[in-house]
Ligand binder design. Structure first.
Ligand SMILES: *[C@@H]1O[C@H](CO)[C@@H](O)[C@H](O)[C@H]1NC(C)=O
Ligand SMILES: *[C@@H]1O[C@H](CO)[C@@H](O)[C@H](O)[C@H]1NC(C)=O
Ligand SMILES: *[C@@H]1O[C@H](CO)[C@@H](O)[C@H](O)[C@H]1NC(C)=O
Ligand SMILES: *[C@@H]1O[C@H](CO)[C@@H](O)[C@H](O)[C@H]1NC(C)=O
Length: 258
């Protein structure tokens, strides 16, 4: 009994094993799929899905993929595959629209670069970094590469939006006064040298006045010497001078004496 029971169990197990084995070993040709345990059906072509499996007497029935689905190769699947959506929240946009036989291809949006590729389609993109003030754009970003930034060298500055840094202006060479020295983010600040100008103009005026005074003095001296040198007019000149001196003395003297 015991041995009989054992053999029965063994037989059942063997049957199960054989069944499993047969299922595992049943392999359909690549153009077919396994519909039932012992039935291979022709696959539906790309762009289609299986509507009903074949039977011993009827072929597989197929329908075209529709409504944002696709099937890129012949298959025995009963559902088409949803087309990939290029999510703008991941920095993506469509490069190729989905068809019934080809899935969407996504690419980075402008100003983004791809950080993950799958089957030639970008699955995630990051925005290009912005160069900071004090840096310049060493290498503009592409769809596959981030922007590269570099520090401005000494004596130059940039707001980070250019492919180079401007040299600081040298106030002295512009004949201006340095107010604030430049740094990597800001140009040097210069100021008109107002103080110097005022001084220069003052000096100029002073010399002009001095020159005028000298000229006037020279004229007066020349006039006097002319009077002295010419005999005939000497007396007239002298009396004139005397007269004016007397008159001056009178006019000045009167209010003083009173
Ligand atoms: C059976 O269906 C498949 C898939 O639709 C097709 O490729 C094949 O030509 C069909 N065979 C016959 C005999 O109709
Ligand atoms: C799709 O990508 C290819 C290769 O990157 C590119 O040459 C083409 O311009 C892109 N097409 C569109 C519509 O963006
Ligand atoms: C720039 O200036 C800093 C500080 O003065 C100095 O340490 C550095 O070596 C300089 N770099 C160059 C390239 O001259
Ligand atoms: C550069 O100079 C500007 C203006 O003088 C100042 O606001 C800024 O803080 C400076 N930056 C650095 C890094 O020193």
């Amino acid at each position: 009994m015991i041995s009989g029971g054992n053999s029965l169990t063994a037989a059942v197990l063997l049957l199960i094993m054989m069944k499993v084995f047969s299922v595992l070993t049943l392999s359909c040709p690549s153009t077919m799929y396994q519909a039932q345990e012992d039935l291979c059906c022709p696959k539906c072509p790309a762009g289609n899905r299986v509507k009903t499996d074949c039977t011993k007497t009827a072929n597989t029935s197929c329908v075209a993929c529709e409504g944002g689905t696709h099937m890129d190769k012949p298959s025995g699947l009963k559902q088409c595959i949803h087309c990939t959506i290029c999510d703008p929240r991941f920095g993506l946009k469509e490069n190729r629209t989905c068809t019934s036989t080809l899935d969407t291809i996504c690419e980075p949006q402008d100003g983004f670069y791809c950080v993950g590729l799958a089957a030639g389609s970008c699955v995630a993109a990051h925005e290009h970094r912005q160069c900071q003030p004090g840096e310049y754009i060493k290498q503009t970003g592409t769809a596959l590469r981030d922007t590269e930034c570099s520090d401005c060298s000494n004596g130059t500055f940039s707001d980070g939006t250019l492919k180079f840094c401007w040299p600081h202006r040298v106030c002295e060479s512009l004949n201006l006064k340095l107010i604030t020295p430049g740094n990597a983010t800001t140009d040097a600040q210069c100021e008109e040298q107002d103080h110097h100008k005022v001084v220069l103009i003052s000096i100029g005026c002073f010399f002009l006045l001095l020159l005028s005074a000298i000229l006037i003095a020279l004229c007066v001296i020349k006039k006097k010497s002319m009077c002295l040198n010419r005999d005939e007019k000497t007396s007239v000149c002298l009396t004139k001078v005397k007269k004016t001196k007397n008159e001056e003395g009178k006019t000045e003297g009167e209010p003083l004496n009173n």
